[in-house]
Design a protein around this ligand. Sequence first.
Ligand code: SF4
Length: 75
Amino acid sequence: AQAKVTEDDPTAKALGYKADGSKVDAAKFKTWAKTNTCANCNFYKSANANEGSCVALGNKLVAAKGWCSAWIKKA
Ligand code: SF4
């Protein structure tokens, strides 16, 4: 099975990744918005309803409702 990224993964940590986007420190990450999630990020490729692989995180699995500071709107 494909590896799931953890919040402690060095790259994930550097990007402020949270598996639950609502836990993002909004004061620290000004680009965060409730409607921005991994599921609608350009780096996301859906694997199932709950998770998908993220190109920015080495194609590891991230949560559909997650977020990190590399978020960019799906083209
Ligand atoms: Fe989620 Fe996009 Fe960040 Fe990957 S780059 S963790 S898909 S917000």
